[in-house]
Design a binder for this molecule. Structure first.
Ligand code: ARG
Length: 599
């Protein structure tokens, strides 16, 4: 009992009335205390807390620990019944303002009923302090996402990384972590040799005058063709790499110029999608790569393999990292070794997240294993995550391509989205109701919102089919449905002439009824906000938030259809509508959706 009490004291369970708190965390702590006190002979007893099924008679949450505990006793030869164990748990359960009562049901389930006054207080807190994040220990986090390659196209894989990475970054920032968003662009390596050599031939005056290369991809293609066919050119390309890597000023200037062209193209996409990133490409690590290669060599981690220098991770990895190529050059592997060292040791990040397509899962598995082996990554101190994602498919379920078989340019894709979004709005006759300005805002909100949401709402491990028709549907779990639902909820208060200040005032009086079944259902969904945020923080799957915000919208509709009535004094309902809107708005912000006032 003493141990359990000590554990209770180390964690604040006293209700903090100023913000919403994680219900499952509180229940977990309460039941952990009860179970440890009831069964001191079991080390690390199972504490199983779940949201109850929708039938109100099963309560709001459940503790399902009695059954597994009975099993533990059975294995050591003791006969017990789970129902008796459940009673023992309840006998030891500390009281808490959040818990109204508990009941034992069936073979030994404990049904937990939440206190509705507590729920009302938590909803009121939203108006006093805004939608606040649950409290977590502050950490320094580096998130590596987007990361396209210079002179190559930024493809839909990079788009997924950009969208998922931005959302995870927003989630972490909302939780008040120190977040650094890093764009690890591919801006170094042998391809620059041929690009620079080709630039020198095509535009001899490029150092004085900006060459007109807007289409770097065809420039890249030309250079590559010459490289493959022309021996003399190939030799000059190799020379150029050597000069670039030794930082020869003219080569550096030409390199910068090429990077700038790509950079401008990337930035157009970021601006349109409202993405923030700090560029720190592979070139940034050049001297650090030289250093770490030497260190790894001296520490005896490198093995000679047919002229290459390789490094093995641990037993879990079946391929090694190539640290130095047989021509002496560095690789993607070696620059990632330098980068992880920089992030964990120089920048002193506590947590590094890589958002990269699942095709690179092995690369990151080896990276983490090698970093551990080299003493750079300390699993006791650091957390590293590979946040992978599946490929984007076209409606024909094949790799996403244009009809002519070319890969799709992202700018064209966004333009197409704008076009389709406008069609949709016109189809609904919105162009007749909205001003041109409002229509434009709605169009952008829908277009970019639907592209982001379609990506985020799928489990990121799965591939998903890119279809404007699907993502622009106004029913089901889509951005269009949610944006409309949100606008409608917000308009309830507006139509009733309730200003935000007035609602805030109203919310202080205890007139937020949660008595009706549908009111209580809505209240409970809203109260789950901290839990949904923490769940996503834990596994970094943004689709949890999509499912949650969709559940809010549908639960609100149920409530509205059965409870809301314009005639009666509806101020309590307006307060609930506004609380719903505020939580949805926070979710939208994390998902990068920009709701508009009218659509
Ligand atoms: N530029 C790489 C690509 O396009 C992605 C880089 C991801 N980040 C990293 N640290 N390796 O595949």
């Amino acid at each position: 009992i003493a141990i359990a009490e000590e554990q209770m004291q180390s964690k604040p369970t006293i209700s903090d009335s100023s913000k919403m708190e994680s219900i499952t965390d509180i229940l977990h702590q309460l039941f952990h205390t009860a179970i440890c006190a009831a069964f001191p002979d079991i080390t690390d007893p199972p504490v199983v807390i779940a949201v109850a099924a929708s039938n109100p008679k099963f309560g709001d949450y459940q503790c399902n620990s009695a059954m597994p505990i009975a099993n533990i006793y059975k294995q050591s030869g003791k006969k017990v019944t789970p129902r008796n164990l459940a009673q023992k748990i309840l006998d030891n359960l500390p009281s808490h303002p959040m818990v109204e009562k508990c009941e034992i049901a069936g073979p030994g389930f404990i049904n937990i009923f939440l206190n509705r006054d507590y729920a009302v207080k938590k909803l009121q807190a939203i108006f006093q302090n805004g939608v606040q994040p649950p409290t977590v220990e502050r950490k320094k986090i580096i998130i590596d996402f987007s990361s396209p390659n210079i002179a190559k196209e930024m493809h839909v894989g990079h788009l997924r990384s950009t969208i998922i990475g931005e959302t995870i970054a927003r989630l972490l920032e909302f939780l008040n972590f120190e977040v650094h968003r890093i764009n690890h662009i591919g801006d170094w390596g042998t391809q620059f040799g041929m690009l620079i050599a080709h630039l020198q031939d095509r535009f001899p005056d490029h150092l004085e005058k900006m060459p007109p290369i807007s289409d770097l991809q065809s420039f890249y293609k030309e250079a590559k063709e010459r490289f493959d066919e022309d021996e003399e050119f190939k030799k000059r390309a190799y020379d150029s790499v050597v000069k670039l890597q030794s930082f020869e000023p003219k080569h550096i200037k030409a390199w910068k110029l090429i990077c700038d062209v790509s950079r401008k193209e990337f930035q157009k996409i970021y601006d349109r999608l409202d993405i923030t990133l700090k560029e720190r490409g592979e070139s940034f690590y050049q001297t650090r790569t030289e250093k770490i290669v030497k260190e790894l060599e001296e520490a005896g981690f490198l093995e000679n393999d047919d002229g290459r220098k390789i490094m093995w991770g641990d037993e879990s990895t079946t391929v090694p990292f190539t640290i130095v190529k047989s021509d002496g050059g560095f690789t993607y592997d070696s620059s990632d070794m330098a980068a992880i060292k920089h992030r964990l040791q120089e920048e002193k990040a506590d947590w590094v997240i890589y958002v990269v397509d699942s095709g690179q899962a092995t690369h990151f598995q080896i990276l983490f294993a090698c970093a551990k082996k080299a003493g750079i990554l300390d699993p006791k101190k650091h957390r590293v995550d590979f946040v992978g994602f599946g490929v984007v498919l076209g409606e024909d379920k094949k790799k996403f391509k244009t009809r002519s078989g070319d890969s799709i340019r992202l700018v064209d894709l966004l333009d197409k989205g704008l076009e389709k979004a406008l069609d949709k709005l016109k189809e609904k006759g919105r162009d007749k109701v909205l001003t041109p300005d409002e229509l434009k805002r709605a169009q952008e909100s829908v277009a970019y919102g639907c592209i982001k949401y379609a990506d985020l709402s799928h489990n990121r491990n799965h591939e998903y089919i890119f279809s404007f028709d699907k993502m622009l549907e106004d029913k089901g779990n889509t951005a269009v449905y949610l944006l409309y639902a949100f606008t409608r909820i917000r308009s309830i208060a507006r139509t009733a002439n309730f200003t935000p200040e007035k609602i805030k005032e109203l919310s202080k009086k205890e007139n937020i009824s949660l008595e009706h079944e549908k009111e209580w259902k809505l209240g409970k969904v809203l109260l789950r906000f901290p839990d949904e945020i923490l769940k996503t923080l834990n596994d970094l799957y943004p689709h949890h938030i999509c499912e949650y915000v969709y559940e809010i919208a549908t639960t609100f509709t149920e409530f509205y259809d059965s409870c809301y009535c314009v005639e009666k004094d509806s101020s309590g309902d307006i307060v609930k509508a506004e609380a719903t809107a505020m939580i949805m708005e926070k979710c939208f912000h994390i998902l990068g959706l920009k709701p508009v006032e009218k659509m």
